[in-house]
Design a protein around this ligand. Sequence first.
Ligand SMILES: Nc1ncnc2c1ncn2[C@@H]1O[C@H](COP(=O)(O)OP(=O)(O)OP(=O)(O)O)[C@@H](O)[C@H]1O
Ligand SMILES: [Mg+2]
Length: 432
Amino acid sequence: MPRSKGPIGASAEAPDSVCDGALTMPRNLDPEASLAQEVAADSDPRSSRQWSSAQRLASLGRLAAGVAHEINNPLAYVLGSVELLERALQEIGGLHLGAERTEQIIVGAQASLQNAKEGVERIRTIVRDLTAYSRAAPSSRRPVDVEAVLDATLQLAWNEVRHRARVIKAFVGAPLLLADEARLSQVFLNLLLNAAQAIPDGRQGVIRISTVSEGGKVAVSVEDDGIGITPEDLPYVFEPFFSTHGASAGSGLSLAICRNVVTDLGGTITVTSEPDVGSRFTVTLQAAAASSASDVGNRAGSRERVTNRARILIIDDEPLLGQTLRFAFQDRHDVDVAASGREALERLTTDADYDLVLCDLMMPDVSGEHVYRAVRDRTPGLLPRFVFMTGGAFTERAQEFLAHFDGRQLEKPFNIDEVESLLSEISAAGAA
Ligand SMILES: Nc1ncnc2c1ncn2[C@@H]1O[C@H](COP(=O)(O)OP(=O)(O)OP(=O)(O)O)[C@@H](O)[C@H]1O
Ligand SMILES: [Mg+2]
């Protein structure tokens, strides 16, 4: 779709009720309360929220349904893409195809791979957002071209949107934002899907996506001419589990996740709406400082592939992860895999000459912490190249250890590029 530029016009029929997602207190919960706190709230005898266990179970059920809903969509296109890829490879392997057909298949396979990757990235983001309910998940903020993110997100939502609405884009060429690109994309995806769902069946609606840049801030609005939100419902739309879509259709988590992500990025999300006229959601975030243009350069620099072969040791008790990382890097680097902390210790006793050690934290026999301490005592020179792979549930001990650990961490799941960036950073730090 062409990318239209131009200032956003003020809405002639500006809806009158306004609700700020960053400020609105949900009905039942403190908006910042973790899920764990929420579930535990009724066990506090001083709490006025004396939820019955049936209510608590219902709430957990809605959460489970919500998680399933959020993950099932990307999972569907990951699975579909992988199946297409499988068929493409079968076709290439089984027949003597002409060059033209082979090229067609390869182009299709590349597109499937790209889609599968996007799906997996989305699942990763969802899992990160869910963990944000129970702990303060760090979001990586980098200068991001918000209009490019909007374009890419619109592509993802296109299937849902195109049957229901015409999309108008009014982009001003907004400055870069300091944000986490994947999480920002998730916010816009949720807003676009909601906007599409707000258009009643049987009529073509209009969704307007616009950017405004003012006073060092960038505001992104997603506006629809759908059914709107009643003044009674408006204060609650950012509340977890608030949904008017019915139990089977909506989990009521999307806007709660949006609010979490946006406030985590230091921004605000607001809504104005009027029944039968439409709704407008606006996300406002700080623009990146001018100096951060150089950050982009630095970032690009740090993403450059290391040209020399590096020696990498992967320590993980999950065999498939070890195998995948070996496949991913073996063309460019020399990769050793240790399937347990014990095996890693044995290997490091005889050979500690690695450019990068990627070590799982939670392993059953000898933990990552144990391996780290052994490295610190025996081969301290390796420490700057020792990186913990973290993710998932932690034991209290591991949590405490990480809280005081000031070395490098790589949150699972990660991209190949992130490991390449790490290698570049480490080699640059070593050279400095
Ligand atoms: N653009 C919109 N127009 C009208 N109502 C909206 C719009 N966006 C959100 N809402 C209202 O806010 C509620 C909460 O939205 P939210 O996206 O969090 O949950 P949901 O759409 O019901 O379910 P899901 O979590 O699956 O997206 C919706 O059920 C709907 O009532
Ligand atoms: Mg929704």
